[in-house]
Design a protein. Structure first.
Length: 317
């Protein structure tokens, strides 16, 4: 049985991952780490332990780890790509100084660490179709720079100190629970909210702009499955490409319209989001994740749309 700390437990991924981990490993064995101003609420607050755990405060992380005898840390603290462009120093402080704190605590206390990377770790020189696992990574955003550094620093701690670090490059994540904040791929979540509310969707990303996306249940399974994987099979460690679907705005709109015929969309391009999207791959190749730890997602665009519309309607209406 594991003792797990989730840092960033009230964020987009953390809020769902913490609950899923509690259902697998037991409620008492998963500590929801949060910062002041983002306290756990509802089921997350009631179903298990929580602790203030600011990723920029190494001593606080060490105390939580020692108190709860933590052996596995899911480090989800980060600013997403668009918001990070307006706060680059803070993005670095959280993403990299914070990661350094986590890795040092992990080294001293023999914890395994999962810190997600992203399709944002690629850049305009990266081959954009079927982007290979090992390829050029020269991102132009501070988010991407911090994600490449995350991969390298995590590999460094594994190679030099034997810390069990593992991670995936998440695509844009789509969920009906906690909305993302400040990402380039957020439009693919927002579009479902508009459809369910019966509003016209104003799309900030241009027609024909393909990006990898994933439904949250697959993303959660991927993170947990990788942390459970047999280490002797892992050739890679930090930054597995994982994919399940790639689409452009017209395709997700058409798919939603199948179930909501009255739904309308028009484009009003956001130049910053568009330039970031243009620098990311159209679709990534996840063969290494499939071979090394049996990655195999369940959802495609259509099954995700049906589930999103049903569950979001139940929540919002
Ligand atoms: C973002 O858009 O910033 C994130 C990501 C793809 O990493 N959703």
């Amino acid at each position: 049985m594991k003792n797990i700390l989730v840092i960033g437990a009230t964020g987009q991924i953390g809020s769902e991952l913490s609950m899923k981990l509690r259902s697998i490993y037991g409620s008492d064995n998963v500590v929801a780490g949060y910062i002041h101003g983002a306290e756990p609420t509802g089921r997350l607050a009631e179903s298990g332990p929580s602790a203030v755990c600011d990723v920029t405060d190494g001593a606080a992380i060490a105390e939580v780890v020692k108190t709860h005898k933590i052996d596995t840390i899911f480090n989800l603290a980060a600013l997403l790509s668009v918001v990070a462009e307006s706060k680059p120093k803070l993005a670095w402080k959280i993403g990299i100084d914070g990661l350094w704190n986590v890795l040092e605590v992990a080294r001293e206390n023999e914890c395994a660490v999962f810190t997600p990377s992203s399709i944002g770790s690629f850049g305009p020189e990266t081959p954009s179709d079927h982007t290979p696992q090992d390829t050029i990574q020269r991102p132009r955003t501070i988010y991407g720079v911090s994600k490449v550094t995350t991969e390298l620093l995590s590999d460094y701690y594994h190679n030099k100190y034997g810390v069990d670090t593992r991670s995936v490059r998440f695509p844009g994540l789509i969920s009906y629970v906690t909305p993302p904040g400040g990402g380039t791929t957020d439009y693919a979540v927002d579009i479902y909210y508009s459809a369910v509310r019966g509003e016209k969707f104003i799309c900030p990303i241009g027609a024909g702009t393909y990006m990898d996306m994933m439904y949250m249940p697959d993303a959660l399974n991927g993170a947990i499955q990788l942390m459970e994987a047999d280490p002797s099979r892992l050739i890679h460690r930090n930054g597995f490409n994982i994919a399940s679907m790639s689409f452009e705005p017209g395709q997700i709109f058409a798919n939603i319209k199948k179930y909501r015929p009255e739904f309308e969309m028009e484009y009003n391009i956001d130049p910053l989001k568009q330039s970031i999207a243009d620098s990311w791959p159209n679709s990534i190749d996840d063969v290494c994740a499939r071979q090394e730890w049996d990655w195999n997602p369940e959802f495609n665009l259509d099954s995700m749309t049906r589930d999103m519309l049903e569950r979001l309607s139940a929540r919002l209406l």
